[in-house]
Design a binder for this molecule. Structure first.
Ligand code: C2E
Ligand code: MG
Ligand code: MG
Ligand code: MG
Length: 296
């Protein structure tokens, strides 16, 4: 009996060891196949200029169209793609697809006569550390014909903590291509403000966690007002993300925020649907021009 129990124990131990490793291998294999089979898609979320109410760009957001699981959100697989290094080929596909799509949309003559739409692409730490990052982005721009100024590279503050000198060098080389650089999820990272002085950044994206109570909570409101002022004093563009209500929108307008994206206007949508929104000329109502006290 002791022998039998011992063997069962061993088998149990062995099988749990294998489970974790196997699970990772399974997911890695599945991600690799997903890339080969074309199961990744990009959804696009409109970014609007708050003063004019017009769509000025979109953020490309990755989804995995799994044959059995349906649409898998990035939070479920980006971490593993990052750990296994698969984020590098996946990210290359994202960049190429987003730039080609943005370029194609430049040819749509919309009723509102918007300028060329910009596209924002998220970059992971692993991608940012690739020695050939700048060359590969230059190649994508050349291949797709997208004007560099129409590409917005989104980075998070966490990318800057490891090797600051290296990060500054990469950012300057990216800047030299003519692309715009954004800090995503601004306000949630560990960074000090000092990098804003030395890094060639163009855009701050206020994290959506600050949006929730801006219209009702004085502290949240103060933080958002301060980030907008900080951005403008540094001559940066500022985008609010996660705008879900008219009250939040009006607050951001009243405090001079430049752009916004959020469910209030649109969720991230498939390319065909984004195209329909643009073609239909759908916009936000422009900011009210008359002072409220003159209305009554
Ligand atoms: P993120 O770059 O901060 O993207 C914004 C996220 O907020 C998106 O989630 C978007 O769907 C969501 N969102 C937008 N408006 C609202 C709103 O009004 N309310 C709420 N509650 N949420 C809103 P999503 O698409 O699930 O992406 C999550 C994160 O995954 C992204 O955060 C980004 O960090 C990462 N990610 C997405 N696509 C890529 C990619 O192609 N490459 C890399 N490296 N990361 C990606
Ligand atoms: Mg982003
Ligand atoms: Mg964000
Ligand atoms: Mg993020």
């Amino acid at each position: 009996a002791a022998k039998k129990l011992g063997r069962n124990r061993w088998q149990f131990y062995e099988s749990t060891m294998n489970d974790a490793a196997l699970e990772r291998l399974r997911i890695e294999g599945a991600l690799r196949k997903a890339l080969e089979r074309g199961e990744f898609v990009l959804h696009y979320q409109p970014q609007l200029d708050l003063a004019s109410g017009r769509i000025v760009g979109m953020e490309a957001l990755l989804r995995w169209q799994h044959p059995e699981l349906g649409t898998v959100p990035p939070q479920r697989f980006i971490g593993l793609a990052e750990e296994t290094g698969l984020i590098v080929p996946i990210g290359a596909w994202v960049l190429h697809t987003a730039c080609a799509q943005a370029r194609a949309w430049h040819d749509i003559a919309e009723p509102g006569g918007f300028g060329p739409l910009r596209v924002a692409v998220n970059l992971s730490a692993r991608q940012f550390a690739q020695p050939d990052l700048v060359e590969s982005i230059a190649q994508v721009l050349a291949d797709t014909g997208l004007p560099p100024a129409c590409l917005d590279i989104e980075l998070t503050e966490s990318l800057f903590v490891d090797d600051v000198a290296q990060a500054v060098d990469t950012l300057h080389r990216l800047k030299a291509l003519g692309v715009a650089l954004s800090i995503d999820d601004f306000g949630t990272g560990y960074s000090s403000f000092s990098y804003l002085r030395t890094f060639p950044i163009d855009v701050l994206k206020i994290d959506r966690s600050f949006m929730a109570d801006i219209a009702s909570d004085a502290d949240e409101a103060a933080i958002v007002i301060s980030i907008i002022a900080l951005a403008h004093n540094l001559k940066l563009r500022v985008i609010a993300e996660g705008v879900e209500s008219a009250a939040q929108l009006e607050f951001l307008r009243a405090h001079g925020c430049d752009e916004m994206q959020g469910y209030h206007f649109s969720r991230p949508v498939p390319a065909e649907e984004f195209e329909r929104i643009v073609r239909s000329g759908r916009t936000l109502a422009p900011a009210a021009v008359s002072a409220p006290e003159l209305l009554c």
